[in-house]
Ligand binder design. Structure first.
Ligand SMILES: Nc1ncnc2c1ncn2[C@@H]1O[C@H](COP(=O)(O)OP(=O)(O)O)[C@@H](O)[C@H]1O
Ligand SMILES: [Mg+2]
Length: 233
């Protein structure tokens, strides 16, 4: 579904991604691991067109997408939940979802937003609450639900667990497992524990390069990989 081939992404003259290649097949849950600053967010932003790579190729369903603007890439079926979640603090939960909604197709009777509330009763209960008053976990669920409003075929999740308590991380994990039944997922994390539970394959980034790839089981069974390349969970 997604093929990233030898991409190089810069921030001005700073060479953040130095030849990253990876692929995600339809139906897979793949994790992109690495410590802070390794290039995880830049990889997802490069796929989404937010930091277009200067070199290399990105194909989605066989079509080259590098160099296209983010809204074009979104329409092709990719959605990103950014690391900082980007919830509008002064808008209600319902309004946060409404601003992300694509126009309702002609003849469609129900608002897709009602379907989201059916699927996420927690958000339905919070529908009139301001985004700024939500807990970190509630904001993450809202950010994921908002990304799903466009019905993406590939969901990019940037550190979905960051800053969340263990019990909330479990809930996010259950949500990822449920989404994985219908959506292909590429998510990032700094350590291996969540990835082991929810992804089948992984790539490890260090200083803008892929230094390791394999099944999450193989990554776990390699002694020292956690110490060399990852943060301690
Ligand atoms: N907006 C930016 N401007 C300049 N440098 C950046 C910016 N964002 C990230 N970087 C740099 O790019 C590298 C990769 O960062 P990032 O992709 O955010 O890593 P990660 O998500 O793995 O923590 C780091 O060296 C970081 O300092
Ligand atoms: Mg990041």
């Amino acid at each position: 579904m997604l093929q990233v081939e030898d991409i190089h992404t810069y921030y001005d003259e700073s060479h953040a991604l130095q030849g990253v290649s990876l692929e995600v097949r339809t139906g897979e849950v793949v994790c992109l691991l690495g410590r802070n600053g390794a290039g995880k967010s830049t990889t997802l932003k490069s796929i989404m067109g937010l930091t277009p790579p200067r070199r290399g190729r990105i194909r989605f369903d066989g079509e080259e997408i590098q160099g296209r603007p983010p809204h074009w890439i979104a329409r092709r079926g990719i959605a990103l939940v950014p690391e900082d979640r980007r919830i509008f603090a002064g808008l209600t939960v319902r309004e946060n979802l409404e601003v992300a909604m694509p126009p309702r197709p002609v003849g469609e009777r129900r608002w897709p937003i009602e379907r989201i509330f059916d699927e996420y009763p927690m958000l339905a209960e919070l529908r009139d609450q301001d985004g700024g008053t939500l807990s970190g976990g509630q904001q993450q669920v809202l950010a994921i639900a908002r990304a799903l409003a466009t019905e993406p075929r590939l969901l990019l999740l940037d550190e979905p667990n960051e800053g969340l308590a263990p019990v909330i991380v479990q809930q996010i994990g259950a949500l990822v497992d449920r989404l994985a039944e219908t959506t292909t997922i590429l998510f990032t994390d700094q350590s291996l524990s969540f990835a082991l539970r929810h992804a089948s394959r992984g790539y490890i980034l260090q200083k803008g390069r892929v230094v390791y790839e394999g099944s999450t089981e193989i990554i776990r069974s390699d002694p020292g990989v956690q110490e060399r390349f990852l943060s301690v969970a």
